[in-house]
Design a protein around this ligand. Sequence first.
Ligand SMILES: O=C[C@H](O)COP(=O)(O)O
Length: 233
Amino acid sequence: MSAFPVPPAPLPSLLVSVRDPAEAEAAQLAGADLIDAKDPERGALGALDVGVVTEIVTRIAGAAVTSAVADPTPDAVTAMAATGIDWVKTGLDARDRRDKAAMAALTAAAPGRLIAVLFAEDGPAADLVPTLAQAGFAGAMIDTAGKSGARLTDLAEPEALAAFTAACRTHGLMSGLAGSLRITDIPVLSAHRPDYFGFRGGLCRDFDRRNGIDPLRVAEAVRALRPNQRDAA
Ligand SMILES: O=C[C@H](O)COP(=O)(O)O
């Protein structure tokens, strides 16, 4: 046995998607690690106006890490990066996944700060990770494109998720898992060791992602992520 204890693997962080500064503040105060600006009325990857994102950045004021969705064009990514957000997320659909030049143009618009959002509906993603790393993405996550039916766990086999997060670790990319997750998914999916879990609907009133964030559910998700950690208060 080693004389030195092996440090435990870092626990996944909690990303919560918010639509405005009030939700951002509520989610941060409830313990979210990563505040993600997104318009839930506009599907999986609805970008908010840059003015609203700037207000969210100002309201959070460094109390949590921030991210925001941008449309998949260099101009949109540049504009979102200029808000002062930490990370910019942009979707890569099945066609975008094959276009290396377009990927490089996107990452050049937010060097070191762009996260690729892949969709579970497009199939396994592990094989794409080396290409994403080469194109300059800082991270990659899997989400679901559809937000009214199948969840991540319906669309992706555990082996595919494990291969994806492992490939991200190998290639130095931050990894995330999302897609109509519920708090009860956390213990099961934690086995894949993603860097973060992305939530919206599962932390909203009535589990409807168009409703407001429920801070009690955010706090419950934090407890599920850190079962051995006592509340700070
Ligand atoms: O980035 C994460 C998404 O906002 C997750 O949304 P959802 O939990 O409603 O699928």
